[in-house]
Design a protein around this ligand. Structure first.
Ligand code: SF4
Ligand code: SF4
Length: 256
């Protein structure tokens, strides 16, 4: 375990935990990425990538959208760690996953002791709060791990802060990413809650996020943008995958 931590931390990534594959096996998600799992998978090595750059919230976009697309940044770190592990343990298999993963990432990271599972469905780290992405490497290398799974205090503040409450509309973060035209009520909700992309209101209200520390990951710091500006180059941003039209549509709500 120490050797793996040593190899991984050489890339600069600080939060590393371990979860047995047996622990997550009943909850594996059905996706194409499942085919990449090593035969005889034994261990999931979990990593956190904190992304809170400033204390103040960005303007009308989620914190995760204020930093460059994490798939590219975290993927680069995970690939490097995977290659280094393979060099050290050539007999073993290592596969990395990020977001598009058969691993139930929040559950696995909580089992690994990297944080607690929040009522809002997010992992909450004692250091970074819920402002962290999760990535993992699955291997057939056997490492003894204990299960540290815990839930948050269930205080309910996140539920109270959610503007959709009892309304029959979907999460505003999902709504902001919806390609299909928005109904008038949906547009109003985005506008009333100052949303161009993402939402975060539940996470912002969480007391466990109050003292979350700022990230050390240089790519997130240097690539930070406080807001979406019409006409900006969206290459490498969190909203690139959806295309400019959707984010522009939301942004234009504030010009109406
Ligand atoms: S606001 Fe309370 S209930 Fe919600 S995730 Fe945070 S600690 Fe848990
Ligand atoms: S992201 Fe916003 S709309 Fe979605 S659950 Fe959280 S507070 Fe509610």
């Amino acid at each position: 375990m120490n050797k793996i931590k040593e190899i991984a931390s050489k890339t600069g990534i600080r939060d590393i935990g371990f979860c047995s594959f047996e622990q997550i096996k009943p909850y594996l998600l059905d996706c194409r990425a499942k085919q990449r799992l090593p035969k005889n998978s034994k261990t999931v090595i979990l990593f956190l990538f904190p992304y809170k750059v400033k204390e103040q919230r960005p303007d009308k976009i989620s914190r995760y959208a204020a930093v460059p697309d994490y798939h590219k940044i975290c993927g680069k770190y995970l690939k490097k760690i995977k290659d280094n592990l393979k060099q050290e343990f050539p007999e073993n298999e290592f596969e990395f996953f990020l977001d598009n993963s058969p691993v139930p990432e929040v559950y696995a990271a909580a089992c690994a002791g990297l944080g607690v599972k929040g009522e809002n469905g997010l992992l909450i780290s004692p250091k970074w709060g819920s402002w962290c992405f999760i990535g993992e490497i699955v291997t057939d290398l056997e490492i003894r791990c204990e299960n540290h799974f815990k839930k948050c205090s269930l205080c309910g503040d996140c539920k109270k802060a959610c503007p959709t409450g009892d309304l029959e509309v979907k999460c505003l973060s999902a709504l902001s990413q919806q390609k299909k035209d928005l109904e008038t009520r949906e547009k109003d909700l985005l506008k009333q809650n100052n949303i161009i992309w993402g939402c975060d209101l539940c996470a912002e209200s969480c007391p466990l996020n109050k003292n979350a520390e700022l990230t050390y990951i240089k790519e997130f710091i240097s690539g930070y943008r406080n807001s979406f500006v019409s006409g900006e180059d969206i290459t490498g941003r969190a909203y690139e995958w959806r295309g400019e039209k959707t984010v522009l549509r939301n942004s234009n709500l504030f010009n109406e």
